[in-house]
Unconditional design. Structure first.
Length: 280
């Protein structure tokens, strides 16, 4: 193992909480680790376009986005693991047949289905979010889910889906078959009414393994931190897989250890424990 480490950080539930609050300690952890010579990468299920400027402005060595679909280093796109057009057509047709709304994730954009905003509006209201609010967060949210016309068939790495009942996940998982990898629990306010779809074999763990070789390190040099079901492969392949304290028991079972929660300086605590930064 090299003395230089490489850290992979999930965004939602890890760097920021599910109300989009970023802890100052997480900023200090990332910047302190990089100043000490370590590498730090975002590794998120979000598309590149969905990562907020507040998070990107922390400063990272690169970004793995769309759950492993796109690998970026120092602003250069190294790899794009996108679906063939027939797979995208299959997804769109399946979602339409089963009354499931969705977004498709490309590198530079997110492409919502026509009814996704109306499907999600009651859930936002239940959380006290007003989609008509003129705040910047609400503007970004409304823009993210605004219908822009027919979705492209090229350059799509992943789909995120939104149903209207807890049966939706099982419907998608069982209906799509072995060609696709379907996970749920990545959108907390949806539960089993939502989830993510990618091609089988395309995940955060596979992207981690691909990237460490490019930068001259190994998976044993990697520290991965996450809280969701789309983090499982990443936690398993990293030299140290760390579950956030707010992760559910399934995620914790796949990790080597658990840090404190996103509300209790979880990233900072893990970085101190493994010597990437020094405690104050």
């Amino acid at each position: 193992m090299s003395s230089r480490r490489i850290a992979f950080l999930d965004v939602d539930g890890t760097l920021i909480d599910h109300d989009q609050h970023l802890a100052p300690s997480a900023v200090a952890a990332v910047r302190g680790a990089r100043a000490a010579g370590h590498l730090v990468y975002i590794c998120t299920g979000r598309s590149r376009a969905e990562i907020s400027p507040e998070v990107l402005d922390i400063g990272f060595d690169g970004v793995i986005s769309a759950g492993g679909g796109f690998i970026e280093r120092d602003g250069e796109l190294l790899a794009a693991h996108t679906m063939p057009e027939d797979a995208v057509r299959e997804l769109i047709a399946f979602f339409a047949q089963n009354d499931v709304e969705y977004t498709l994730q490309g590198y530079e954009g997110v492409y919502p289905s026509e009814g996704v905003l109306s499907r999600l509006a009651p859930m936002f209201t239940a959380r006290g979010w007003d989609i008509a609010d003129a705040s910047s967060d609400m503007i970004r949210l409304a823009d993210k889910f605004a219908y822009r016309g027919a979705v492209p068939l090229e350059g799509i790495a992943k789909a995120t889906f939104f149903g209207d009942s807890d049966r939706t996940f099982a419907t998608v998982r069982d209906g799509l078959g072995d060609r696709f990898h379907v996970v749920t629990g990545t959108i907390p306010y949806l539960g089993h009414a939502g989830g993510e779809v990618s091609l089988r074999g395309m995940n955060k763990g596979a992207a981690l393994v691909e990237l460490v070789g490019v930068v001259g390190l190994t998976a044993a040099d990697a520290i991965a931190i996450g809280d969701g079901s789309n983090d499982l492969e990443m936690l398993q392949v990293a030299g140290v897989g760390i579950a956030m304290g707010n992760a559910d028991d399934v995620v914790k079972a796949h990790a080597d250890e658990t840090t404190t929660s996103v509300h209790d300086d979880g990233v900072w605590t893990a970085f101190v424990r493994h010597g990437l930064v020094q405690s104050a």
